[in-house]
Write a protein that binds this ligand. Structure first.
Ligand code: TXA
Ligand code: MG
Length: 298
């Protein structure tokens, strides 16, 4: 890794700026949690409404424990099994976590991302709040170039290569006697169930704007048809680019946002994603969840 870039990023964060950071899921737009101006800049840079809470990224279980008043048995088990990794745990917030970060909620989303560059950054800077590094409602970035083009090259961004998971983390509310999945991710409810002895309920939360109907939108309308389905007449005159996903869910997730961006070429009026019958098992749920929010109905 480029040490000069890392120290530059640390300096920007120290001075209440925002920095693009690589993670295994998608790139984030980070500010230090102890720099209120930096947190403000996340919202203004993204044009994000203030009702949408930010995830606090930590480099260790110790840092996570400091951010919550309630680190119980379930949180410990989940962290030991899935961190660093694509799991965000929602827990009661410690008093020093500002309500700007949590959008006024008494809970905070905590995640330890699986990327060496960002783990090193956080080890030096302390925890950072970071939403995905895209304008609100738009497709999340999975390369440094995506972040640069999203914000007109105005945000300094660390290059960690293309994201390996490709879609956002699974967001899970952690309670004494059960778990609630607020946002689906490549870490599935079944995978959570394998390591805990409590019920795992899947309920997208109204406090999770990732759960809003229109999110992750590409620059031109995207339509989805089932394989074997005939293209509706209303769409047949449009100049379209087709998106075909890999049959391997992990690869499909990694490529989804990249393919959606690439397909938006000048002159293209719409994207067409074809969903195959073989792409419908649980491992695909998070992918179709994101697609359902990015698509336009016909
Ligand atoms: O993979 C990810 O989670 C990426 C990378 C950068 O870590 N981050 C990300 O952040 O997707 P963002 O801001 O685009 O989505 C965070 C979502 C919020 O929209 C909300 O749905 C949920 O996490 N969230 C955060 N804090 C919460 C809380 N206290 N209660 C409920 N949901 C919360
Ligand atoms: Mg986002």
């Amino acid at each position: 890794m480029n040490e000069a870039d890392l120290s530059h990023a640390l300096q920007i964060l120290d001075q209440s700026g925002v920095v693009g950071i690589p993670t295994e899921t998608v790139y984030g737009l980070a500010a230090r949690i102890d720099r209120p101006l930096g947190i403000d800049r996340i919202f203004t840079t993204k044009e994000r409404p203030d009702f949408d809470p930010l995830i606090v990224h930590v480099a260790s279980i110790e840092q996570a424990k400091a951010c919550t008043t309630k680190w119980g048995r379930l949180a410990q088990t989940l962290a030991e099994n899935f961190w660093p990794g694509p799991l965000t745990m929602v827990l009661p917030k410690a008093s020093f976590i500002s309500s700007k970060i949590t959008s006024g909620l008494e809970s905070v989303g905590l995640r330890c991302p699986n990327h060496p560059i960002t783990l090193k950054l956080i080890a030096f800077a302390g925890p950072v709040a970071a939403p995905s590094a895209n304008r609100f409602g738009k497709t999340s970035p999975t390369t440094k170039d995506h972040v640069l083009s999203e914000f007109d090259h105005k945000v300094f961004t660390l290059d960690g290569g293309p994201c390996q998971v490709g879609i956002e983390s699974t967001v899970v509310g952690v309670f004494d006697d059960h778990l609630e999945v607020y946002r689906l991710g490549m870490l599935t409810a079944s995978m959570l169930k394998e390591v805990v002895d409590v019920p795992v309920l899947v309920k997208e939360s109204p406090v999770s704007p990732g759960a809003l109907k229109h999110h992750y939108m590409p620059d031109v309308p995207m339509y989805v048809i089932e394989e074997n389905q005939v293209l509706p007449g209303s769409l047949s005159k449009l100049k379209m680019n087709k998106i075909i996903l890999s049959d391997d869910a992990a690869v499909a997730a990694r490529e989804l946002y990249q393919k959606m961006r690439e397909a938006c070429k000048p002159g293209i009026e719409a994207l067409l994603l074809v969903r195959k019958e073989s792409q419908k098992s649980e491992g695909w749920d998070a992918i179709w969840n994101r697609v359902s929010k990015a698509l336009t109905e016909y």
